[in-house]
Design a protein around this ligand. Structure first.
Ligand code: 6PG
Length: 245
């Protein structure tokens, strides 16, 4: 476990598969702690490709080990596409994870893609988070990925989701398709008790150095600003992503 001047806790694994096994066991502990303390665990899932093997491990080996009947599942962001679209974070997670879990449907909270009004969808999700998590809205676990440009969730450089101080959810423009997205804001991510980044692959190594403050080649690295005031961040990385750290 390595740390550095930015006090980033890193869990280094030789490959994606070992990382997912280890992260799943850690998630099991975080869920049980949350349930013990508060009777439920509020978890936000990451989008993209990196968490998919973790979803497979959770579906295959942790469907009984984790008390999913006490878990409320949310998403860190969503692309503005229907749930059956291959780019839907919810749609992919449902197929690879959710449909294999004994989790009550009422506790699975996708970002509902309103057919015509992305602003309304963001406001609806914001209200749902506030209603479910209370004030302040604190997730027990937020699972995040990171792009090679240092974005996380759908918080890209110069995004108002970086500086928003009131709302937990915003509609945003993405620099890459799907262009319209909805994302948790840095504000609510930084209220979390535990943030787990999953960063895998050599294409992420530059952004990881920037996130750890060891390089400034990426003008603005949104992932670097994930620093929960009363929570902790663990960077789950493989050897390729951590090369040169
Ligand atoms: C998304 C994610 C995004 C993702 C990174 C990394 O909706 O795409 O929320 O933040 O985690 O872009 O994506 P990969 O895991 O596919 O590399």
């Amino acid at each position: 476990m390595a740390t550095d001047r930015l006090k980033r806790e890193m869990r280094l694994h030789r490959d994606h598969s070992h990382l997912c096994e280890s992260l799943a066991r850690s998630l099991e502990q975080r869920v049980k702690e949350a349930v013990e303390a508060r009777g439920r665990c509020a978890m936000a899932l990451a989008g993209g490709q990196t968490p998919l093997p973790l979803f497979d491990v959770l579906a295959k080996s942790f469907s009984e080990r984790i008390p999913w009947d006490c878990v409320h599942l949310f998403w860190g962001d969503e692309r503005w596409v229907p749930a059956d679209h291959p780019e839907s974070n919810y749609g992919v997670a449902y197929t690879r994870l959710v449909k294999h879990l004994p989790i009550p449907e009422a506790q699975v909270h996708p970002i509902v893609v309103h057919p015509t009004d992305i602003e309304a969808a963001a406001e609806t999700y914001d209200r749902l988070i506030q209603k479910t998590l209370g004030t302040p809205p604190r997730f027990d676990v937020v699972l995040l990925g990171m792009g090679s440009d240092g974005h996380t969730a759908s918080i890209f450089a110069e995004s108002e989701a970086l500086t928003e101080q009131e709302r937990c959810v915003l509609p945003v423009e993405s620099p890459r398709p799907p262009l319209e997205r909805i994302t948790l804001t840095l504000k609510v991510i930084n209220l979390a008790r535990h943030v787990y980044f999953m960063v895998v692959g050599n294409d992420k190594s530059e952004a990881l150095k920037c996130a750890f403050g060891q390089k400034n080649t990426i003008e603005l690295c949104p992932a670097r600003f994930v620093e929960p005031a009363a929570g902790n961040v663990i960077w789950w990385v493989d050897a390729d992503a951590a090369e040169g750290l």
